[in-house]
Design a protein around this ligand. Structure first.
Ligand code: ASP
Ligand code: MG
Length: 409
């Protein structure tokens, strides 16, 4: 007998038929003698519908009331799933996040979980019931309803698995696992058996939207074995776990990309202390997030400074920078918002040299110009023109043999 947390996303509970199918899956695990907590999202599209309703009332909806509203999507699905379970003879009981004491801070619409009191859940599990918990929500100290940010049901599931020491947290979704890259770009992309928390975090933050990033951080922190798998197809999905020496582990585990890059350059900046701050300070004040930053070696006491922002922030950032250019007496501001970022990710990079040169050689052979480069311990990113995205991803996928299962290193 094992103890599992199952989580089903919006598509998996998107209709009455699908909720019935979820109930069958849960019943099968329960019949096999396992203890099961099920966390569900709202039916697909429902959270967006509720947010749109709120916006018809107020352009900037009152945040406390917005959370009261959007938490209802999940309340619908826990009730329907419990009914479906009762109907097929499986004992079940639904709860909102607040009812099972998922205590959060008071940051409405992006609350963080502080504590979970497991008493009530334990009691019902011990009575042989399936416990069905609404994802995405909790309650603050004053019993206000809070929500955990878009995609937050993943975090509810991981937090419950951590607090109650479940054997595994299974995230059932519309993809059958984590892939070496997006199969729509590279049809030879392969499902990974395993990936480490660190790699998954890089893949997630670089734009592979399989899991809410916060849920992966949480799982890593509390060492929750996390599995991503399909609700529609049989299969064991991808296990996200700590690095083990026996792991199937290539040098590079995956290729992530981000289509929304833009880059800005300010040239002829006087090379003096405090210049980086004078350039990026106003950008931060305008609430614009900066990703890569490059400052060139000073030439004639002036330097060039380049950074990237999200494409949606490009025009605003350019206006801010134009003012800074005047203030600093710099030469000019240039930019480009038709760029993408392509990154190779793998814990194997830590212990192996030559990965960067393989990446650059591959891109050179394709005639792809690299505009910017940045590296971290387990990742190398390049910024290239958007027209090269597919070509770069496919060439790198082949160069690092990601279409083949690689022997352990
Ligand atoms: N229903 C919420 C959302 O759409 C939470 C979730 O699905 O995880 O963001
Ligand atoms: Mg989701």
């Amino acid at each position: 007998m094992a103890f599992y947390v199952y989580k089903f996303g919006g598509t998996s509970v998107g209709s009455v038929e699908r909720i019935k199918a979820v109930a069958e899956k849960v019943k099968a695990a329960h019949d096999a003698g396992h203890q099961i907590i099920v966390v569900v999202s709202a039916m697909s599209g429902e959270t967006n519908r509720l947010i749109d309703l709120a916006k018809e009332m107020q352009v900037q909806p009152h945040e406390r009331e917005l959370d009261v509203l959007i938490s209802t999507g999940e309340q619908v699905t826990v009730a329907l799933l419990s009914m479906a379970l009762h109907e097929i003879g499986c004992p079940a009981r639904s709860f909102t996040g607040g009812q099972v004491k998922i205590l959060t801070d008071s940051s409405y619409t992006k609350a963080r979980i502080r504590k979970i009191d497991d008493t009530r859940i334990r009691k019902h599990l011990n009575q042989g019931e399936v416990v069905v918990v609404a994802g995405f929500q909790g309650m603050d100290e004053d019993e206000n309803i809070t929500t955990l940010g878009r995609g937050g049901s993943d975090t509810t599931a991981v937090a419950l698995a951590a607090a109650l020491h479940a054997d595994e947290c299974l995230i059932f979704t519309d993809v059958d696992g984590v892939y070496t890259t997006d199969p729509r770009i590279e049809p030879k992309a392969r499902r990974l058996e395993r990936i480490t928390f660190e790699e998954m975090l890089e893949m997630a933050s670089l734009g592979s939207k399989v899991l809410q990033i916060r849920s992966v951080e949480f799982a890593g922190k509390y060492n929750v074995a996390l599995r991503v798998l399909s609700s529609f197809k049989e299969g064991c999905g991808t296990l996200i776990t700590y690095e083990e020496s026996t792991m199937e582990s290539a040098l590079v585990s995956g290729i992530a990309f981000n289509r929304d890059e833009a880059k800005l350059t300010i040239t002829g900046v006087p090379d003096l202390p405090g210049v980086a701050y004078k350039i990026l300070g106003p950008i931060a004040e305008a609430n614009i997030e900066v990703d890569m930053i490059i400052q060139n070696i000073a030439d004639d006491a002036t330097t060039d400074f380049t950074f990237t922002v999200h494409r949606n922030d490009y025009q605003r950032a350019k206006a801010v920078l134009a003012q800074t250019c005047l203030d600093l007496g710099a030469r000019a501001v240039t930019g480009d918002d038709t760029l993408v970022k392509v990154s190779i990710v793998g814990v194997g990079m830590r212990s192996h040299a030559g990965i960067a040169s393989t990446m650059f050689k591959t891109l050179a052979e394709e005639g792809i110009n690299i505009r910017m480069i940045s590296t971290s311990e387990i990742k190398i990113s390049v910024v290239v023109d958007e027209k090269h995205l597919e070509q770069a991803v496919q060439a790198l996928h082949a160069a690092f043999h990601l279409d083949q299962v690689v022997a352990t290193r």
